[in-house]
Design a protein around this ligand. Structure first.
Ligand SMILES: [Zn+2]
Length: 355
């Protein structure tokens, strides 16, 4: 099979497309013929060696992917009662599937309480487990989900992390409701473009920021009511206050960090909430405590999305109520070009590999 992997950390050119042995599914596993894989910014960090994630070389990236079941391994069973511990949920060879991007342990306090996004014992495809930058990958059958025929493999590969993360930020952590006003930072990114759509679906008024005129226009097409260019207007809190009649926004989705983090806090209404879910623009920021408690603000962290949330957003995509925005699809042989594009930030939505 073809695989795009890297034998050492470095620039995009360390990603090389080579032939390797197709893996064999073990008990309770399936062999998936990958058709499309989403490229995420964390892929860049893992490749460059800045992610602090321990990996073994050669490493296969690819956190979210979709394809077909090529083969099912033997059903694993308990030695005593011979009961199967996994089934493929009625899925069969040849079925179209999307693969959950994480493998929760199913036993810890977080998994048991439905907060499996916080599980620290499970695995992540493309990080501690081989990912989807390959034509075939073996996965536990518990990670398989049927893919509706209304959703293409490329769309499925572009949806899970962007919409799942946005759902967890806006709905679960941010408590977004109809009538709220929300500020969505970096609406040109995969998660930002997903958040604009989700916030509109939730009935919120959306203020979107981006760093270019083109990206702002695309955000408007996705449904954003108000647009702010944070490059030409770095002190954008004044504009947010003007748009909201001096009140401020109920919720900020912040995933950039640095100066945007600090300015975003100044955009909140009294008792407003800011959810933070990324910090590539600067991980350590100044923080003024006085307005924070006097305005009774809330700062909330957010991590990934639960499996239930992933299934919810994939269902909404299958119904056509949300639509992933795909900028470019590269063949797997050009994974290095895909990484160059993501690093350049000159794209809107998601970059996808066709395998
Ligand atoms: Zn767990």
């Amino acid at each position: 099979m073809k695989v795009s992997w890297f034998h050492e950390h470095g620039s995009p050119e360390v990603l090389v497309c080579e032939e390797t042995t197709t893996p064999t599914p073990g008990p309770g596993e399936a062999l998936v013929r990958v058709r499309a894989t989403g490229v995420n910014h964390v892929d860049i960090d893992v490749r460059a060696g800045t992610s602090r994630v321990p990996i073994r070389f050669p490493h296969i990236l690819g956190r979210e992917f979709a394809g077909e079941i090529a083969a099912l391994g033997p059903v694993s069973g308990d030695a005593l009662d011979r009961q199967p511990v996994h089934s493929a949920g009625g899925l069969r060879e040849g079925d179209r599937v999307w693969v959950s991007c994480r493998l929760p342990c199913g036993r810890c306090e977080f998994c048991i309480s439905g907060r499996d996004n916080l599980c620290e014992r499970g695995g992540y495809f493309g990080m501690d487990l081989p990912g989807g930058y390959a034509q075939y990958v073996t996965v536990p059958v518990s990670t398989l989900n049927p893919l509706a025929t209304s959703v293409s493999f490329e769309q499925a590969a572009a949806s899970q992390i962007a919409f799942g993360t946005a759902w967890h930020v806006l709905i679960t952590r941010g408590g977004l409701r109809a009538g709220h006003t929300v500020l969505i930072q970096a609406a040109g990114s995969g998660i930002g473009s997903a958040a604009v759509q989700l916030a509109r679906l939730a009935g919120a008024k959306v203020i979107a920021t981006a760093g270019s005129v083109d990206k702002l226009e695309r955000a408007r097409e996705l449904g954003a009511h108000h647009l702010i260019n944070y490059r030409t207007d770095p002190q954008f809190s004044a504009q947010v206050m003007a748009i909201t009649g001096g009140r401020g926004v109920d919720l900020v989705m912040e995933h950039v960090g640095g100066d945007l983090f600090t300015e975003s806090l100044a955009c909140l209404c009294i008792d407003g909430t800011m959810v933070t879910v990324g910090g590539h623009g600067g991980e350590v920021v100044p923080f003024d405590i006085i307005p924070f408690f006097r305005r009774q603000l809330k700062l909330v962290g957010s991590k990934n999305a639960s499996i239930a949330e992933l299934r919810e957003v994939m269902s909404l995509i299958a119904q056509g109520r949300l639509a992933p925005v795909i900028d470019t699809v590269f063949p797997i042989e050009q994974a290095a070009c895909a990484h160059q594009l993501v690093e350049s930030r000159a794209f809107f939505g998601k970059v996808v590999l066709r395998c």
